[in-house]
Design a protein around this ligand. Structure first.
Ligand code: F6R
Ligand code: MG
Ligand code: MG
Length: 366
């Protein structure tokens, strides 16, 4: 049976600043999706939050980019905004709902989404990764490690089903165009693009032996949609695990290194991506450090079994410790590059207003 997994997220307001959602927001979202399940729009769902981002994890049989599913997510975010975020005057209520005129598809509307349709295997483990205070390019290093680095994913060497490698669909988020590149032989080309994390993001990955989808990520950039800074994109990504795909532990192992990502305070800094359990998925110190949480499920007969909270595990204690050490080190730089992002990325932030206000005081040396 073919199933579609849709993970759709938005920041529609949070408590005490850009921090975390409140229980009533989760409740309203859950009851909206429960009604949709009752109407057979979706088969099953799980609602959670990572920091200030509300996450709708849904399984259904409607394929990707389905009008019914995008409409459901949009209406759910709207309802949470109108029933909870606005009456409670939560901070940045409705922030990611960038337009009033929803036309049936979330592309360019603000919410981020990752979706894939696939034949449910005899046993179908999946892991959903959700980040706060960073951008889609944050997955680039992770996805390369998982699907192209045999020093990280042992299955690329040991398992005949993985040895043919994976195809990376790399999206140019500025030009809205993509290229499909094949690992291992085009590994250098993949890295040539995805090293520029603000422009290129890995949109999806397929297994080359049979074209089965392995992983999908959300690639919307709020600043490119709105033309100004409206919070970081806080991307999601999911991956199918085991039996010819990387094992759960091969999906998670790269996160043991808290690599540097763009985002953190005012979306203007680099910071370490810290893997945490859902209970710690809230950005406090300097609005960070950027976090990633992961929930594992089985998709069984088109429904969700789970979740398990994957990074709620002492095996990631060292990563968290290292992330905090890196955060200490980076914070000592203040707003000085490269701890603060470069001029191109800062263009969309309020720094451009500050620079404009100083322009008329600039003098040519006599
Ligand atoms: C980062 C983020 C926050 C805000 C910061 C200032 O994605 O959303 O770091 O940029 O808290 O927010 P305002 O300008 O709303 O006070
Ligand atoms: Mg926010
Ligand atoms: Mg957020």
């Amino acid at each position: 049976m073919k199933v579609t997994l849709s993970v759709i997220k938005a920041d529609v307001g949070s408590i005490a600043g850009h921090h975390s959602v409140v229980q009533r927001q989760l409740d309203v979202a859950r009851s909206s999706l429960a009604r949709a399940k009752g109407r057979d729009v979706i088969n099953d769902f799980h609602v959670t939050a990572v920091g200030d981002d509300l996450q709708l994890i849904m399984v259904h049989n409607r394929g990707v980019e389905s009008r019914a599913i995008h409409d459901l997510a949009w209406k759910t975010f709207k309802e949470v905004t109108d029933k909870v975020s606005k009456p409670l005057k939560l901070y940045a209520a409705g922030q990611d709902l960038l337009s009033d005129a929803f036309s049936g598809n979330l592309k360019g509307m603000g919410p981020g989404y990752a979706e894939a349709e696939f034949e449910e295997r005899q046993s179908e483990p999946v892991v959903v990764f959700m980040a706060d205070k960073t951008e889609p390019g944050a997955w680039n290093w992770i996805l390369y490690k998982i699907y192209a680095d045999p020093l990280s994913t042992a299955g690329l060497v040991i398992d005949p089903k993985l040895r043919k490698g994976f195809t990376f669909r790399v999206l140019d988020m500025e030009e809205d165009e993509y290229v499909d590149l094949h690992a291992p032989e085009e590994a250098y080309d993949i890295l040539a693009l995805i090293g520029t994390t603000g422009k290129y993001a890995v949109q999806s990955v397929w297994r080359r032996s049979d074209g089965e989808v392995a992983a999908v990520s959300s690639t919307s950039r709020l600043s490119l949609i709105a033309g100004r800074y409206v919070g970081k994109d806080d991307p999601v990504m999911f991956a199918r695990a085991q039996a010819g795909f990387p094992a759960l532990g091969e999906l998670t192992d790269p996160f043991a290194f808290p690599h540097l990502v763009a985002g953190w305070m005012r979306g203007s800094h680099i910071g370490p991506l810290m893997p945490v359990g859902i209970k710690d998925a809230k950005c406090t110190r300097f609005d960070g450090p950027p976090r990633v949480a992961a929930l594992g499920f089985q998709i069984t007969d088109g429904k969700l079994v789970g979740p398990v909270d994957v990074f709620d595990d002492p095996a990631f204690d060292n990563a968290r410790r290292e992330a905090n050490t890196i955060a200490d080190y980076l914070r000592r730089h203040g707003p000085i590059m490269p701890a603060r992002l470069g001029p191109q990325e800062m263009e969309y932030t309020s720094l451009s207003e500050v620079l404009k206000s100083l322009k008329h005081r600039m003098k040519k040396p006599s």
